[in-house]
Write a new protein. Sequence first.
Length: 364
Amino acid sequence: MSQSIKRRSFLKGSLAATTAIAIPMQAMAADKVKMGVLLPSPEADVGWSRTLMEGVRSVQEAYGDALEVTVLENIAEGPDADRIANGLVGEGHDVLLLGSFGYQNGGIQIAKRRRDVSIIHASGFMVEPNFAPFTAKYWQGTYLMGMAAASLTKTKKLGCVGAFAIPELITSINSFMLGARSVDPEIEITVVWVNSWFDPASEQEAAKALISQNVDVIFSNAQDTPSVIAVAEEAGVYAWNLNSSMKSYATKKYLGVVGTDWGPHFKRLVDGHVAGDFKGDNYWLGMEDDIVYTADWNPDIPADMQAKINARQAEIKGGTFDVFKGPLIDQSGTERVADGVVMTDGEILSMDWHVAGVISPLPS
């Protein structure tokens, strides 16, 4: 499998690159698919980039030598990413996996200019016949984590270290809050935004700041490092995260993970490219698609609460429980969703407000 994977690492803020190829490439067959992958952070043993690469590797295993993959890590969002993506297309890559929201504008321009290139994009909303964004319904799992957190908090103060204040992350916080308040309506959440997907130092400081405010359960929201989890473990505070398990960094206080398995989705899209029927669409995938899952629940969660969590998860997966069903009140006290009304996918995808109980204002 590794025979057809090349890896290049970029230093943020620099155009200098180093290339490392573990095993020499074989001669490329004329009908080989070339897939270029852009990651916003280095692939480590945990995190978003790791989760994406696990999905890519499952496609590689299915295709073998018929798929050549080039991986470019630690690519800052902005003009450099656009240039690098264009460079991959110039090198003959006919499938691109753009692994960050901020790669959207450059990627959509490539899609419009090169209809022969199929582009899989993380977390965006723009669509072209050959441009397919994908987003996980993390909020299905974060609601459950809120229930668990409410059963363990002593201070009624939960916290969140968030990467960027974008709708995908806001929905996860709101769902976390709704799940917690379904157990205890007095719980509050404080949010600290670090404005980065990969900044261990800032993430650590944010976690410490929350702990100093008596927060005793922390949500590491889209960090690509275990920094928040490790700080919480050292302080004796529960913590949990998205995408991949970080339990090895918090053997006692790890609350659990809302994970994602992108392999089947990536495989379907690459299959579509090969067959000539790639479908550009906004893929909004969750538990019902076997993409989102929960794992590594902490044994400290009371048995009766774990049973309630399991039952609610089954209802979410089966479509009999809607997390974002009114009445929903925002943090200013205004009703945003009327009683009995269920938010549409489009409304959830564009959520730019916090529910009541989240006490931190969104950045202006």
